[in-house]
Ligand binder design. Structure first.
Ligand code: MG
Length: 336
């Protein structure tokens, strides 16, 4: 089994702004794993705030030697990757999805079927609208024509103005992601009550991850479900979030890939918690990997390919606001 990789800058259609910074592209490292004449594709997405870079990921890949693995043994390869580093979750996710792609191709089956996902259960995906000036917000909302849900990034002093501006041109249900931006409990509750009146249906990470007790208190009073994003990275984080959040946002880049994401879904369900499948700025490769699991989630936030100009893979199809799973073997992605 042979691993190769190269860096790729994913250009964003709109400069992306959340509560504390903005950027115009997202660095990726794209990988291929070849095995018995087949090629599996994978992707590491590296938004700078996560602390990984194209350099750090390539240094990690230089240490990865898959030549001794004769079979596509995903648990064994994950165990090996963990011995190399407890971190580098995006790099591990790239290897994980390339292995799933290979496994599907070897078995001539789409990954969603190998993972037990029912395409009929696919939730409609949101389209994210970053913080911006009114004219740009209007344009973004227009571009969301095919999507049934909007996701809006809040957490600044302009929160009410942003929602009111969007409501001038759209009455679609909105998911709000505060990205830890509300520091005061009373302000967070006041905002959530107001947002409910504006047709918001779900709140993601309202308060800093360092404040689980205040978040739990907020959840008790909140009229809307509250989901963890920054508070929930990996499988081991979930148990402590019971009672603090109503659900978790699982992202492959945070949790090291589809293998652990499946375990996280199972753990969340065992704790009677909701599940959202989310993404970073990603190409179709990582999005189709997440989409293979999305029918097992309650909410889908997989808008990556619609926010970029230079997707290196064929764009996924959207039908009735839902990502169409491909019946091609593996992840079903085609390199352009
Ligand atoms: Mg988030």
């Amino acid at each position: 089994m042979q691993l190769s990789w190269y860096p790729f800058d994913l250009q964003l259609k709109h400069t992306f702004t959340i509560s504390n910074y903005s950027r115009s592209y997202t660095p990726l490292v794209l990988i291929q794993i070849s095995h018995q004449g087949l090629t599996g594709y994978g992707e590491a997405s590296l938004p700078p705030y996560l602390g990984e870079s194209q350099e750090s990921v390539q240094v990690f890949f230089e240490r990865v030697d898959l030549s001794s693995f004769r079979e596509i043994d995903i648990p064994a390869i994950h165990a090996y990757l963990e011995t190399l580093s407890p971190h580098h979750t995006a790099a591990k996710a790239a290897v994980d999805m390339a292995l799933h792609d290979l496994l599907g191709k070897t078995m001539d089956q789409p990954c969603y079927r190998l993972l037990g996902s029912d395409p009929a259960a696919m939730p409609a995906t949101t389209l994210t609208i970053g913080i911006d000036e009114p004219e740009v917000l209007f344009r973004k909302v227009q571009e969301a024509g095919d999507f049934r849900f909007l996701k809006v990034k809040l957490g600044s002093k302009d929160d009410r103005r942003i929602i009111e501006t969007i409501r001038l041109v759209s009455d679609k249900p909105i998911y709000v992601d505060a990205n830890q931006g509300w520091k005061e409990w009373s302000h967070a509750l006041e905002m959530i009550c107001w947002l409910q009146e504006q047709g918001v249906v779900l709140i993601e990470q309202p308060m800093p991850k360092e404040l689980p007790e205040l978040t739990a208190r907020l959840r008790q009073q909140s009229p809307l479900p509250i989901f963890a994003d920054e508070s929930c990275q990996r499988l081991g984080d979930i148990d402590a979030l019971k009672g603090v959040f109503d659900g978790i946002n699982i992202k492959l880049m945070k949790c090291s890939g589809m293998y652990e994401a499946r375990q996280m879904i199972a753990r969340a369900r065992a704790l009677d918690m909701g599940v959202m499948i989310g993404c970073m700025n990603e190409s179709s490769c990582a999005i189709m990997a997440a989409a293979a699991l999305a029918p097992q989630a309650d909410h889908c936030d997989l808008d990556g390919p619609w926010l970029v100009n230079n997707n290196p893979f064929e764009a996924p199809l959207l039908e009735d606001g839902k990502i169409m799973l491909s019946d091609r073997p593996g992840l079903g992605v085609i390199r352009l």
